[in-house]
Design a protein around this ligand. Structure first.
Ligand code: ADP
Ligand code: F6P
Length: 324
């Protein structure tokens, strides 16, 4: 018979993402509606090991759905990657009566959830990362807000780049993944999009492209460079020297992780948060919630972590034609 859970813990882990607060709010309120108690675990697995555990009522999550960041705060915690840390984490959950934990984070955080599940604490993972780099899902909490924030910033850089007839290299986040770069590249009409999954490091191609575009009368040349390739400032210096076109690098950085979540991030994060509670109430564990083919689904964490995800080939191919 499935274990009945009376108290649900919730934590955010890894990089924060806009929409995490909407997910926390949904967890708290859906759990209370289902007659469960909720405990907030502060600062991810680090806070779990420090026993930074607070009772959460419906009113504690009022006025947060619209806010970026995470009210529970987040951290990266090396100790929790060790068997001793995981064992202690499971014991602390038991001590506080927490039978199930909802972990909002990326793949790394899901590995922690997988370990807790193996130690008898039911766990559900929610995909929370601006990077969109979780294979089992087409949506991650925060991506929509982050790409919109980056897109608006790039529009601004483009204005000044055109006025000065410059080339601009704009670096966006994404760790090893190029999803933010691809989406911004298309949305901002970039002349070149450099993705870690695709880039062959042949800078001469970029140089030739900039010179050709200049001859054709283009007044700017926007290059979206993914963080996974990086080195935008040195790239700008080399490109300016090789093309004779003034070139500037802009690294958007952490501004991409902040700000009020978009409508999509609020609605999807709320749905996923409630669904995580419902899965725990059904006795499920070691699952992750994803969004695929127009619907919310749950997957076994082990299977989800083994899945692979690539860059959408068609969108990448057409992006080259769209900036002619
Ligand atoms: P993300 O969740 O965004 O992928 P990280 O990779 O930084 O971010 O992971 C967040 C945290 O998850 C880590 O700081 C660590 O506490 C925990 N974690 C990562 N990998 C493991 C692992 N193999 N086993 C247990 N916990 C892990
Ligand atoms: O995973 C989200 C993310 O913002 C990545 O895009 C980036 O590589 C990383 O986190 C930055 O982490 P930190 O906040 O530790 O600098």
């Amino acid at each position: 018979m499935a274990k009945e859970i009376n108290t649900i813990g919730v934590l955010t882990s890894g990089g924060d993402a806009p929409g995490m607060n909407a997910a926390i709010r949904a967890v708290v309120r859906e759990a209370i509606a289902k007659g469960k108690k909720v405990k907030g675990i502060k600062r991810g697995y680090a806070g779990l090991l420090q026993e930074e555990i607070i009772d959460m009522q419906a009113k504690d999550v009022s006025d947060i759905i619209q806010r970026g960041g995470t009210i529970l705060q987040t951290a990266r915690c090396m100790e929790f990657t060790t068997p001793e840390g995981q064992q202690r984490g499971a014991e602390i959950c038991k001590k506080h009566g927490i039978g199930g934990v909802i972990v909002i984070g990326g793949d790394g955080s899901f590995k922690g959830a997988q370990k807790l599940a193996a130690l008898g604490i039911n766990t559900i993972g929610l995909p929370g990362t601006i990077d969109l780099d979780i294979a089992c899902t087409e949506y991650t909490i925060g991506f929509d807000t982050a790409v919109n924030t980056a897109m608006e910033a790039i529009d601004k850089v483009r204005d000044t780049s055109t006025s000065h007839e410059r080339c601009s290299i704009i670096e966006v986040m994404g760790r090893g993944a190029g999803y933010i770069a691809l989406w911004c590249g298309i949305a901002n009409g970039a002349e070149d999009i450099l993705l870690p999954e695709k880039y062959d490091y042949d800078e001469q191609k970029l140089v030739n492209h900039i010179i050709e575009n200049r001859k054709r009368g283009k007044q700017h040349h926007i290059i979206i460079n993914a963080e996974g390739i990086g080195h935008s400032s040195s790239m700008a210096k080399r490109i300016e020297a090789a093309t004779g076109v003034e070139t500037r690098a802009t690294i958007l950085g952490h501004m991409q992780r902040g700000g009020n979540p978009t409508c999509k991030d609020r609605v999807y994060a709320s749905t996923m948060g409630a669904m995580a509670v419902d899965l725990l109430c059904e006795g499920k564990s070691n699952r992750v919630v994803g969004y695929r083919h127009g619907d919310f689904e749950d997957f076994d964490i082990d299977e989800a972590l083994a899945m692979e995800k690539g860059i959408p080939e068609y969108q990448y191919e057409i992006s080259k034609n769209l900036s002619l």
